[in-house]
Write a protein that binds this ligand. Structure first.
Ligand code: NAI
Length: 385
């Protein structure tokens, strides 16, 4: 079977997220890294691309050059990842979708709800796949949580508690450092800082595992460091479409917390608890039963968990392998289209443009509610109301 061709925009040398994408896309041998415009400085991007093994004519200086170059090739890329800063996502993703390329866009997918709706419509109109990298939904035990909830192990879901709280912007002395300051500047970051950066991961996870979309929310947003315009901490209460109650805390001033993504789901007949820093264990307690530790890789888990585990039980798997699971879902989806067969249902879990759009609507709802003392507001994008 011929390998799929993969390209990347952004993710240059020294970037935070570029290496995890390259590890993830390369892991299963489904994709060949074939093209890239990796840096905002054309020469630096070309040079780095070639050092990573790209052919000189496919190590592009910028994304427009890459779009032109790839469009006319017989062996054009099957998937492009957009891993540039947030404000560029919409323009690049839209241009590639219009030309019929499948896209995996980093989060947040866009800067506004209108742009998000446009991306969803463009993907639907062109038939090109538009995925969004909520990469933590790729963890094997997160897939298992979703499968357990879908088959009724927890009964009706009562309560979801999601957190994404770290302490990496807690130093008031460092708040004016330009590398930190832009994140809290509305001119560069938009209407939200911490919720748009991290909170949307936690909110997406709540929807992903429960299968319920967020309907309305009330937010308490604060800037613990007084010079910040946008929030560095938020507590968001939400309600989901099938009645589940949601609580979400996100913070960048929680000293001592590192990555800090955790998810707890409580139903009428059981509870589940998972934490991204210890992703190989899932804690489950059935009503009136005993607390159990489910280990990634153990026997008799769901097909979704089996498909997304790579090394045997007891050996740690981590974040690049979660990203690899998003890529393997996408490889399956792209092959199914190319070869005209149904896709493996256990692979049909990659986050979509629709999820990216719902996140944008939630970002604007949090900003609105936060500015109105926690008033409850509709969290859905207009096109889904
Ligand atoms: P970064 O600032 O570390 O790296 C950005 C890279 O993009 C740099 O190599 C830069 O030269 C390149 N770049 C900038 N503009 C470009 C352009 N117009 N064309 C080509 N290359 C360009 O940023 P970081 O932290 O890697 O974040 C990138 C994106 O990934 C952001 O949208 C961020 O929200 C997202 N992200 C997602 C994570 C996840 O878990 N899904 C985790 C961390 C970041």
């Amino acid at each position: 079977m011929a390998k799929l061709q993969w390209g990347m925009i952004g993710g240059g040398e020294g970037s935070q997220i570029g290496p995890a994408h390259r590890l993830g896309a390369g892991l299963d041998g489904a994709f060949d890294f074939a093209a890239g415009a990796l840096d905002h400085r054309p020469d630096v991007g070309r040079d780095y691309g070639q050092r990573l093994g790209l052919a000189s004519d496919r190590a592009y200086g910028d994304w427009r050059e890459m779009l032109e170059g790839e469009q006319v090739r017989e062996d054009r890329i099957d998937l492009v990842t957009v891993a540039t800063p947030n404000a560029t996502h919409y323009e690049i993703t839209k241009a590639f979708l219009e030309a019929g390329f499948n896209v995996l866009c980093e989060k947040p997918m866009t800067m506004t709800v209108e742009e998000g709706e446009d991306i969803v419509r463009t993907s639907e109109r062109t038939g090109a796949i538009c995925a969004v990298n909520y990469g933590y939904s790729g963890y094997s035990l997160v897939r298992h949580m979703k499968a357990m909830i879908a088959r009724g192990d927890l009964g009706k879901i009562r309560l979801v508690k999601a957190e994404f709280a770290h302490g990496h912007h807690a130093d008031a002395e460092d708040a004016d450092n330009p590398r930190v300051r832009w994140r809290y500047d509305p001119a560069q970051a938009g209407v939200s800082a911490q919720f748009a950066d991290c909170g949307i991961h936690a909110l997406h996870m709540a929807s992903f595992v429960t299968g319920q979309e967020v309907h309305r929310l009330s937010a308490d947003t604060v800037s613990c460091i007084a010079s910040r315009v946008l929030e560095d901490d938020a507590m968001v209460n939400f309600r989901m479409e099938d009645g589940a109650v949601g609580r979400l805390w996100t913070s960048s001033v929680a000293i001592g917390r590192q990555h800090g993504l955790t998810l707890q789901v409580f139903g009428e007949t059981g509870g589940l608890r998972w934490s991204q820093e210890h992703p190989n264990q899932l804690y489950y307690m059935p009503l009136n039963g005993r607390l159990q530790t489910i280990e990634r890789g153990e026997a008799n888990l769901s097909p979704e968990a089996d498909r997304t585990t790579r090394v045997t039980i007891g050996h740690a798997e981590g974040m690049p392998l979660a990203f690899a699971n998003i890529y393997s879902d996408l490889a399956e989806a792209i092959r199914a289209r190319k070869e005209n067969h149904a896709m493996d249902p256990a692979a049909d879990h990659y986050p979509r443009a629709q999820d990216g759009l719902r996140s944008m609507a939630a970002v604007f709802a949090v900003a609105e509610s936060g500015s109105k003392d926690g008033t409850w507001v509709d969290a859905r994008p207009p096109m889904y109301r």
